[in-house]
Ligand binder design. Structure first.
Ligand code: M6R
Length: 365
């Protein structure tokens, strides 16, 4: 049931500190600050030349974030592909490589077909699923569960952050096995991961500010989301979430793509949500923001305290999120874009948990 919440989506957003914490505890030895996967993998990451990550919708954005993690922490090339494209294009895959399928329901038809395709090509397969009895779980070589609990709202929220937690742990495990990460690196990264559930709880405190902002966003015809690095997939996720529950047109872009087209859309009526934690690409994102400001776009800056003090741009609204290790910002900034989509939909009186035309689990292609 919805407990004291108006919608399942709100309840599920608020469950994230707990369920992300449970997922973390399954993949990490909390006392030793080491990765401890729940099972032994049937391959060695040193033998993997390339990882293929495939999924649909929000799950694919979790995969998109994980691409950055595997490349940075384990130096493994990663391809991320939406499952509906992968399954039909007869992509050449290398036997013995690794395919990772991410799915909340474990029943998504395209994701299942992509899994079967990878298996048929002789790849190792891992599924990151929330429903352990699902078809995708049953058919994959290795199952890495997310412990999000049942997700009822059609818009995926807590499953996404739990998928990120599992992928983060797996990327660190890969980096360790390939000796790209030392024992000390592992201690540091796991120490940072352990902070995440508490920081998610802190991030939820921005809700009153988001509620106020949602009243303005609800009047917009369209909204743009920008981010660089791992904030790029968070921008994609923010735009998808807003579209799904509020029916406002939204697009997510890599901030550097702005001047290659979307800047043409910017005028004083266009809200632009900029996801910019103070990380290694922050300054680059700030220069993109300046381009938006110069065209009178309404900037909604999602950043941390340092970013807020260093951003040399007048934002309409600055949402200050808790400080988090730069690697793991997506799990915190996801909360902000989820809350923004939710409250905008509530202001507009939309059917938040059952948006029109959507199904929780897409079992047809
Ligand atoms: O159950 P799955 O994770 O495989 O579902 C994938 C997508 O259908 C799903 O994430 C969809 O995009 C959600 N409605 C997003 O909120």
């Amino acid at each position: 049931d919805k407990a004291n919440y108006r919608h399942f989506m709100a309840k599920e957003i608020y469950e994230q500190p707990e369920v992300v914490g449970q997922t973390l505890a399954r993949y990490v030895d909390m006392a030793a600050k080491r990765i401890a996967l729940p099972l032994e993998l049937p391959f060695d990451f040193n033998d993997i030349t390339r990882i293929l990550i495939t999924a649909c919708g929000t799950a694919s954005y979790a995969g998109h974030v994980a691409k950055y993690w595997f490349e940075r922490l384990a130096r493994i090339p990663v391809e991320i592909d939406v499952a509906s494209e992968l399954r039909y294009r007869e992509a050449p895959l290398r036997k013995g490589d690794l395919a990772i399928v991410i799915s909340q329901s474990g029943e998504t038809a395209d994701a299942l077909a992509a899994l079967r395709y990878a298996k048929a090509q002789g790849l190792h397969t891992i599924s990151v699923v929330n429903v352990p009895t699902s078809t995708i779980a049953r058919e994959s070589e290795t199952v890495l569960p997310t412990l999000a609990g049942p997700e009822i709202g059609v818009a995926s929220t807590k499953a996404f952050t739990c998928q990120l937690m599992v992928m983060a742990a797996l990327a660190i495990a890969a980096g360790k096995q390939r000796r790209e990460l030392s024992d000390i690196d592992e201690l540091k990264l796991v120490g940072e991961l352990i902070e995440v559930p508490r920081l998610i709880a802190e991030a939820l405190a921005i809700e009153p500010q988001i509620e106020k902002l949602a009243r303005d966003i609800a009047k917009s015809r369209a909204v743009l989301y920008f981010g660089r690095g791992t904030s790029f997939p968070v921008a994609l996720e923010g735009a998808l979430k807003l579209k799904e529950v509020s029916y406002i047109h939204a697009e997510g872009y890599a901030a550097g793509e702005l001047k290659h087209g979307p800047i043409a859309l910017i005028d004083e009526s266009m809200p632009v949500v900029v996801i910019a934690p103070y990380d290694r690409v922050f300054e680059k994102t700030v220069s993109n923001m300046q381009e938006v400001a110069a065209r009178a776009g309404n900037i909604i800056l999602m950043t941390d305290a340092t970013g807020a003090s260093k951003a040399t741009v007048d934002a309409l609204v600055t949402i200050v999120l808790p400080d988090v290790a730069a690697t793991f910002t997506p799990m915190i900034y996801a909360i902000a874009v989820q809350l923004l989509a939710y409250h905008t939909a509530v202001v507009m009186g939309a059917d938040v948990d059952q948006p029109r035309n959507l199904a929780k689990s897409v079992t047809v292609e």
